[in-house]
Design a protein around this ligand. Structure first.
Ligand code: SAM
Length: 292
């Protein structure tokens, strides 16, 4: 057995360890919490490599579950803050870590990621990298919450349902482009970093998964106040995505009319007859800047 193989057995969770841990905790994975656990150390190492995580990184992980990905992150020496909603899993993880990687730098926070606030992150350097196998039914709200809450994040790699991943990484004009794509683009550049087989999960999910990576823009494209207004415009535009923006945007601009919105959009250098999916986040920001 090679050294690498014996290390893999010792420090990461394979199928036997995942089953054994779940049985010991009496955990039956639930759909409601998106509990599909990775039981393939090779995939874990691939994710960590693609995320570019090193011993110098402060990583935040959402939904560590039994610890499959967490142990891959701590294996390379990164400091990890892991946010888990399931109390049984959150309680077990430090014990798994103590047994398998006693020197790992890991902090487990029992919380719904959507309720995470800065107080949960106090007492240590802010995370700069996000790596997670996200619970699929809430992956977009969790991503948006974290990007807003932690401006220190510089990059990340998340595993999400394929359909969602392609939406997040989509650009204007493509059929997948929607409000998550436009909002995600506020924070950085997103791309599909890879696909993963359904077989690496237990239980096997009913949907395909992809890895989506992001790199933060070197400079924020706008201020926080501008972001709030721009996101309201994006929401209104996509809520009425079949309409022209001179109509759909009225929902976000109190007291406006088709004529006043047309005038505003023209002042921003855009076509009032355009539809939501043809505008980039910078276009929405241009409308904001004329508006405020
Ligand atoms: N990271 C583990 C892995 O790769 O094997 C588990 C990933 S599993 C797809 C999603 C995990 O997120 C589960 O452990 C689940 O309990 C947790 N989870 C679900 N909803 C959550 C939420 N709102 N906040 C934090 N964790 C959540």
């Amino acid at each position: 057995m090679s050294q690498e193989h014996s290390d893999a057995v010792a420090t990461l969770l394979g199928p036997a360890e995942v089953r054994e841990l779940a049985a010991r905790l009496d955990v039956t994975p639930t759909k409601k919490l998106g509990q599909n656990f990775v039981h393939d150390p090779n995939t874990v190492r691939k994710i960590v490599r693609l995320a570019g995580v090193t011993e110098h990184d402060e990583v935040i992980e959402i939904g560590p579950g039994l610890g499959s990905l967490t142990l891959g992150l701590t294996e390379v020496g990164a400091s990890v803050t892991a946010i888990e909603i399931d109390p049984r899993l959150a309680a077990q993880l430090p014990q798994t870590q103590a047994q398998m990687q006693p020197n790992a730098k890991l902090r487990v926070v029992l919380s719904d990621a959507l309720d995470l606030d800065r107080s949960h992150l106090e007492g240590q350097p802010a995370p700069t990298v996000l790596v997670a196998n996200l619970p699929y039914n809430v992956s977009v709200p969790i991503l948006m919450h974290l990007l807003e809450l932690i401006p220190e994040l510089q990059s990340g790699l998340v595993m999400v349902q394929a359909e969602v991943g392609y939406r997040i990484a989509a650009g204007p004009g493509s059929k997948e482009y929607g409000s998550p794509s436009a909002k995600a683009a506020w924070y950085g550049d997103w791309s599909i970093a890879g696909t993963v087989s359904r077989k690496i999960f237990w239980p096997i999910p009913g949907v395909d998964s992809v890895l989506v990576g992001f790199a933060k823009h070197a400079e924020p494209i706008g201020t926080e106040a501008e972001r709030a207004t721009t996101f309201a415009l994006v929401n209104a535009a996509f809520a009425g995505r079949r309409k022209m923006i001179r109509q759909s945007l009225q929902a976000a601009i109190p007291g406006s009319t088709t004529e006043s919105v047309s005038e505003l959009v023209q002042r921003a250098g855009l076509d009032p007859q355009a539809r939501a999916e043809s505008l980039s986040i910078s276009d929405y920001l241009r409308i904001t800047r004329v508006l405020v």
